[in-house]
Design a binder for this molecule. Structure first.
Ligand SMILES: O=P(O)(O)OC[C@H]1O[C@H](O)[C@H](O)[C@@H](O)[C@@H]1O
Length: 516
């Protein structure tokens, strides 16, 4: 570790307070030179994407998330209006909710916000809330699963009286995601049970014409905000998906967008000054362009704890692909995990330091310790000194045992800086996908699990009608419904666990019998 190596490897944007240190990645200048043609291709690809090329050929869609923070970039006046008009409308809506002009039917103002969504329609709002939502004007809650116990827990937190002052945001681009639909149906049931009009408490954010859009119209939702088909779920945090909840929370969304726009601007520069390209090249060098090393994300700041979870979707759903652009089987991807420092020092850093060397670390340094006065936790030292000491110490200890790392630095966690960080990773993902010749903007693999779940539900429904007082084994029921015996066994077990049928245990699952 040397200051000259650090200086030579650093890309910094002083006007943004940002820097990227890849000195501990040991990137060779001649290796970077050797990547020149791939880098040139990546620049050409992102330029085409920003110009409105159909970058998601499976769905015949443009990929326009970079326009969201600079509408002037959008290639047509209609697309520009599709950004600026909802932005204006959502700010106006939030202001009216805050002033009480838009209020619930049986109370003077909304106090709670319940966001129902999953994947890209939840992770962005969750990250924004956790990172920069501390002064929220509304107390926010999330339903991001079809786990009934989870739904009950969240609804109990809000409580019956709280429900009367709750604004519900149902977010689903497709408008047909089962988990979100179930969350909405369960929420509506809670409103019905409390004698409250669900529609008059609810807003939808969805693709125009979707099932959810139609339901919203039918149920008389307060309003609907469009989610455009050229915004992918995992890059939707700067669309209505992220901005409606953020504006309702009172977050400075203009600063959030400005941070992203500023990073976009910087990362259109040539490689030597381009933090996103340097990040993508670092990922490539670490994992041999094949994702051989996992990305461990370690923000040293509690408010960024969800950032690794957010990046997990952004990176893994974008880069985890079976085929390359020529149809060759490549099984690409980079595994992402992490939590926060220094907490993880006391959990899994032992393995990082001494165990399987199958990762590279990404440290996120937030320079400011806290707002306001600080105390000394021992003569001469503050908590912030310790946090910085642990970051620097862990980074060095890893490097000393041959583990590489990247360090990103920002001055503090605020809307501008969060926007900037998100944009950095979005653009690094765009670049990396080009470097390894894959499409970052479709997700064909997600469908397989959804289809298999639908098949399981069909089997479950077939099984439900088959049981009588006569005990039967799973194989017998499977024969009757012409189903897979193991699937049928799990259906029966599920019904037994939820009190719908009786189970009598045999010596093994094959001998278990089920009856009404
Ligand atoms: O917004 P929705 O259409 O409900 O989609 C929610 C999520 O589910 C899908 O399965 C996709 O893989 C995600 O990218 C998406 O964000």
């Amino acid at each position: 570790m040397s200051l000259s190596n650090y200086s030579a490897s650093l890309i910094r944007y002083p006007q943004l307070g940002f820097s990227l240190d890849t000195s501990l990645m040991d990137l060779d200048a001649s290796w970077i030179e050797g990547m020149e043609s791939k880098v040139a291709q990546a620049y050409a690809d992102i330029a085409k994407l920003e110009a409105g090329e159909i970058a998601n050929p499976d769905e015949g869609r443009m990929v326009g998330h970079y326009w969201l923070r600079n509408a002037a970039l959008a290639p047509t006046p209609e697309l520009r209006a599709a950004i600026t008009e909802p932005l204006h409308a959502l700010k106006e809506f939030a202001a009216k909710v805050h002033s009480g002009e838009i209020s619930p039917p049986t109370a003077d103002s909304f106090k709670n916000l319940l966001v129902v969504g999953i994947g890209g329609s939840a992770l962005g709002p969750q990250l924004v809330n956790d990172a920069i939502g501390h002064d929220s004007k509304l107390a926010i809650h999330f339903l991001d699963n079809t786990d009934p116990a989870g739904i009950d827990r969240t609804l109990a937190e809000i409580g019956q009286t709280g429900l009367a002052r709750t604004l519900v945001l149902v977010i689903s681009k497709s408008g047909g995601t089962p988990e979100t639909r179930n969350g909405m149906v369960e929420t509506k049931a809670a409103f019905d049970a409390a004698g409250l009009h669900f529609g008059q408490h609810t807003v939808a954010i969805t693709g125009p014409g979707s099932k959810l859009d139609q339901f919203a119209e039918q149920e008389g939702f307060i309003t609907r905000f469009p989610m455009e088909d050229w915004v992918g779920g995992r890059t939707s945090v700067m669309s209505t998906v992220g901005l409606v909840p953020a504006a309702l929370q009172g977050i400075d969304i203009d600063a959030f967008l400005a941070g992203a726009a500023a990073m976009d601007e910087e990362t259109r520069k040539p490689e030597a000054a381009n933090a996103a390209m340097r990040l993508a090249l670092s990922w490539y060098a670490a994992g041999n362009g094949k994702g051989e090393k996992d990305m461990v994300v370690l923000p040293y700041k509690d408010s960024l704890v969800l950032f690794s979870k957010y990046l997990q979707q952004l990176v893994m759903e974008s880069l985890g692909k079976e085929l390359d652009l020529d149809g060759n089987t490549v099984n690409q991807g980079i595994a992402v995990y992490g939590n926060k420092g220094s907490t993880d020092q006391h959990a899994y850093v032992q393995q990082l330091r001494d165990g399987v060397p199958n990762f590279f670390a990404t440290f996120i340094e937030v320079r400011k310790g806290r707002d306001g006065d600080t105390i000394e936790v021992e003569p001469g030292n503050t908590s912030a000194d310790y946090l910085q000491g642990f970051l620097r110490g862990t980074r060095k200890a890893l490097y000393d045992s041959g583990r590489k790392s990247i360090t990103l630095s920002i001055p503090e966690v605020n809307p501008f800086q969060l926007g900037l960080l998100i944009a950095l990773f979005e653009r690094a993902v765009s670049f990396y996908a080009s470097l390894v010749h894959i499409n970052a903007y479709h997700q064909p693999g997600v469908e397989a699990g959804k289809k298999a779940a639908a098949t399981f539900l069909d089997t479950l429904n077939a099984v439900r009608g088959r049981l009588t007082a006569d005990p039967k084994t799973a194989s017998e029921v499977a024969y009757e419904v012409d189903g897979d015996a193991e699937d049928v066994y799990h259906c029966l077990n599920h019904l037994a666990a939820n009190g719908e049928v009786q189970i009598a245990l045999g010596a093994t699952p094959e001998g278990d019998t089920f009856s009404l």
